[in-house]
Design a protein around this ligand. Structure first.
Ligand code: KG4
Ligand code: ZN
Length: 338
């Protein structure tokens, strides 16, 4: 079964053709980052406008690269939540139009479910149940994935998401937006022990995260050094910060894996591209005697192939939408279980 998938939840306009949820026939991503970088973050109005300009061309390119005409496509999958509402609406409206004109079924896909499904592409043997750490620009979750469309969120961030924290720390260090990748690169030539940042205590739920205290600690460190006219070594700050984030994520995932007994650990979302976090996850899965699944780098960030992968399993579970489909800026994974 071939699915044409469309993703426009933030600042990437993307389309893909995916066969049977696992085989990527094409995966086209048009990034708007260069333009948003001028403003230090994503400007929602600009994002929506660029999606409108790009979506038709990106979709045609995905179809061409997969050597498909619309008659070869069995269904159309689209990200409808969560994300920037104006950006989501571009993809949703476009997909609805395509579905209506072609008569192909429409499948609404949750963006975070898509990030998790990126691992089905990278690991043909991976099947639920498993425990998943979702770390993206807007979300940090520990999720029990008990089936292809069944989720229980057992840990979440109380404040900033992991990616948001990377981006804000990168900004104070003078790196361009989005700064996660720059921190990753700088950390490679810095010392992880140059600065000691405290690992935050989160009361209540053992698996919940908090990143705002860490973010503030780094910002204060940089500002205090500036006021005293001292030079700080950006690479050392990046390495020490990245290590602290990796330790926090590793500690929580380890505790959750021990308590739930899962022996399959999966990581998903843009921040899963981080070198320090990837190697920390390997260490904790080895210590637990668990299998670790990480998405290939090209499927860590936003893309439409992951939406096509999840769309396939949503389709099999009977999820369909019609012309009344709307986008939603927020929507919990737990509210879309089938
Ligand atoms: O999943 P994603 O592409 O978009 C959302 O759904 O939010 O995640 C984007 C986030 C950004 O915060 C970006 O800085 C971060 O992923 N990111 C990284 C790396 N590559 C991307 N963070 C740390 N290290 C990286 N190598
Ligand atoms: Zn994303």
């Amino acid at each position: 079964m071939k699915i044409l998938s469309i993703e426009s939840s933030c600042d990437e306009t993307a389309a893909a053709v995916v066969e049977d949820g696992r085989k990527v026939l094409s995966n086209i991503v048009a990034s708007q980052i260069d333009e948003h970088r001028l403003y230090g973050g994503v400007v929602p109005e600009i994002a929506s406008r660029r999606h409108v300009e790009s979506i038709s061309g990106v979709t045609s390119e995905a179809m061409k690269e997969a050597s498909c005409g619309i008659e070869d496509i069995d269904a159309i999958a689209v990200t409808y939540a969560p994300g920037l509402i104006g950006a989501l609406l571009v993809g949703v409206s476009f997909a609805k139009g395509l579905s209506m004109s072609s008569g192909k079924p429409l499948i609404p896909v949750h963006h975070i479910a898509g990030h998790i499904a990126a691992n089905y592409i990278s690991h043909p043997d991976l099947e639920p149940p498993f425990l998943c750490l979702v770390i993206s620009g807007g979300h940090s979750h520990i999720v029990e994935v008990s089936g292809y469309t069944k989720y229980r969120v057992i840990g979440r961030t109380r404040d900033d998401a992991a990616g948001e924290c990377f981006d804000k720390v990168a900004r104070v260090l003078g790196f361009p937006y989005p700064g996660g990748k720059y921190i990753d690169d700088a950390a490679k030539s810095g010392s992880k022990t140059a600065y000691k940042f405290t690992n935050p205590k989160v009361s209540g739920c053992e698996y919940d995260f908090s990143f705002s205290g860490l973010k503030t600690a780094v910002i204060n460190l940089v500002h205090n050094a500036e006021q005293r006219g001292e030079e700080i070594n950006r690479c050392d700050v990046a390495a020490s910060f990245e290590k602290t984030v990796a330790d926090i994520l590793g500690e929580k995932l380890m505790a959750a894996a021990k308590a739930t007994g899962y022996k399959k650990l999966v990581v998903a979302g843009g921040v899963s591209a981080n070198t320090g976090i990837r190697s920390k996850m390997k260490k904790i899965s080895d210590a637990l005697g668990a299998e670790l699944y990480l998405p290939e780098m090209k499927y860590c960030g936003d893309n439409a192939a992951m939406i096509g992968a999840q769309g396939y399993y949503d389709f099999l579970a009977g999820r369909r939408a019609d012309g009344s489909l709307n986008a939603a800026a927020t929507l919990s994974l737990e509210d879309i279980c089938l």
